[in-house]
Design a protein around this ligand. Sequence first.
Ligand SMILES: Cc1ncc(COP(=O)(O)O)c(C=O)c1O
Length: 357
Amino acid sequence: MASYSISELKEKIKSFPKKDLIQRPTPFYKLENLSRALGGPQIYIKRDDLTGLAFGGNKSRKLEYIMQDILDKDSDVVITWAALQSNWCLQTAAAARKYGITPILVLFKIYDLPEEYDGNLLLDSLLGADIRIRDAEKGKIIREEEAEELLADVIDEVKRKGLKPYFAPIGGSMVGGSMDTPLGSISYVDAYVEMIEQASELDVEVNCVLHASGSGGTQAGLTVGAVAMGKKVRVLGISVSEDKKSYSERVWKISRDTEESLHLDIQTKLNDVIVLDEYLKEGYGVVNKDVSEAIRITAENEGIFLDPVYTGKAMAALIDLCEKGHFTKADNVVFFHTGGTAALFPNKHNLMRLART
Ligand SMILES: Cc1ncc(COP(=O)(O)O)c(C=O)c1O
């Protein structure tokens, strides 16, 4: 099995054309206060919340490649779906607007948040996105496999108008709908390379990367990056929505598609995909005391805001792992901040209630 250098991986990634949507590299630096407060390991942050498009986040990296695909396929409408306060939907709508593509967002009410114009829903409407809100079973994540059927009426409606829809899979990584390569995941192989390059400039040897994992592309890309570069780095994905067994398989599948698309002579194994699901607790999108504490600790120590659905949960996991002695004091752990902070606002009542308990 081959091991690739930074420049070899960059060359492979370059064969996929993309639009320029983000500011890169996103900042990478040490969280001195948080590392001290937690008593080790040495914690670094990769600020993918500062990508620069529509309040930032991991989805804008993915959308650089996806927008190129939409334009190459001569589509004039992008249809996608997710939960009511979805970061993916917001970022897709913003990217679409930049390239004159009409965004249609089908938002499922899978958790108890009001339908009021707040957070991402406010931003979606400021972008003039065509928003369709639908009821759904609480806590249920709708995956690619069933979405095409659920949204067939929207796709037909667009076609009947003589327009060409691009059906973008949730999270932008699992091959499906109009996307035939795992573009989102490829963008996270690139993010991995970018981070390793920044770490080596600071003379830091990364031991572990930790991040929130939801539809799989971020974790698949980071894992493939680590495997391709010789796998000295453990990538820990903190699941926000699914149990470890089924989710690991999902991430593994995207990883295999990614290495194949990039023509990498490697074989990511199922056990290279490390998913922790014990922080799921009450389920997707439910803010609990650990998450609200993680948000508070990060804000108070570093002046950085996390979000209540993804990065807050990942930081709660990091804090717990530190407390349980999972890392040595000398370990260098990178926390990928994947964005989503607009969701703080519709969760304001929960956050303030938990802060008082
Ligand atoms: C803020 C944030 N972080 C992390 C994730 C998870 O990324 P992925 O879907 O690539 O697993 C998401 C997905 O929606 C997100 O919005």
